[in-house]
Design a protein around this ligand. Sequence first.
Ligand code: NAD
Length: 307
Amino acid sequence: MNGDVAVSPAGTPLETPVIACVGVVGAGQMGNGISHVCALAGLPVVLLDVERAALDRAMATMARNMDRQLRRDLITEADKAAALARVKTTTEHAAFGACDLVIEATTEKEAVKKAVYRALIPHLKPSCLLASNTSSISITRLGAATDRPEKFIGMHFMNPVPVMQLVEIIRGIATDEATFQATMALAHRLGKTTAVAEDFPAFIVNRILVPMINEAVYALYEGVGSVAAIDNALRLGANHPMGPLELADFIGLDTALSIMQVLYEGLSDSKYRPCPLLVKYVEAGWLGRKTGRGFYDYTQDPPRPTR
Ligand code: NAD
């Protein structure tokens, strides 16, 4: 990150903020992955969740995922030990006082994220950048709910973070050039490749991916095929590494539904209407892998289709 010279739109050099300590809010699937890659890149990480149990699970998941990297000779035992030692878990926002960037990775609900910013902001130093890992919500609107819209940016990691190459970077209307450059430099330091997306609902990846998943749920709902038939069809017929329903379970059905709602409301187009069957699964609490049941039942080995 040192040595990057950012230039403002007016052509004057900008001081790119140095990110030496990262905070992560939300220790779910994404928060633990983001902490994992930051810690392995040598950055001290402060990881916060409202639930102590979520923090303990996140640390265990990180250790397990690093073991997998160890077995593939991607890291050493010493790298793993040093990275895990860099992650401090907390339930107190005051722990973010020394952070240069805080990445919010809480539940995909605008009200939750705005409440997080209200709780967080009094504890941040004025220069601290704030990023959201939102899959779909307007970065401009989220940034406007903070005291620092010019230092607010979308940093959309893909799941699973240690494996997936891409980070989408989304500027809100007020995001300044120095914040953009610092965020790009951090993504590259983490070994990721960036795609810059404009701030429209669901950005690039989910604008295309999640309507496809929703269409797969419609195909199931209308009886076009069973869960297994739909997933096999896309795996073998379109060469997708995972079927769309398997992928929905992996993402989390609540997250997939929230993204469809953001597309439907944000673009006012009926082609984005969420499938009623997806709504029903979420209402049942069948959220996919993270709750043990979605389009597949994960208490069975191998997971058994639920329809
Ligand atoms: P998750 O349900 O696994 O985790 C969310 C975590 O946020 C939980 O541990 C919860 O306890 C915590 N949380 C909720 N309210 C909080 C608060 N007020 N303060 C602190 N922590 C709080 O969800 P996830 O899949 O990790 O998704 C998190 C974010 O990342 C969402 O915005 C989602 O859209 C985005 N995202 C998800 C994926 C994916 O494939 N799941 C991919 C890219 C981006």
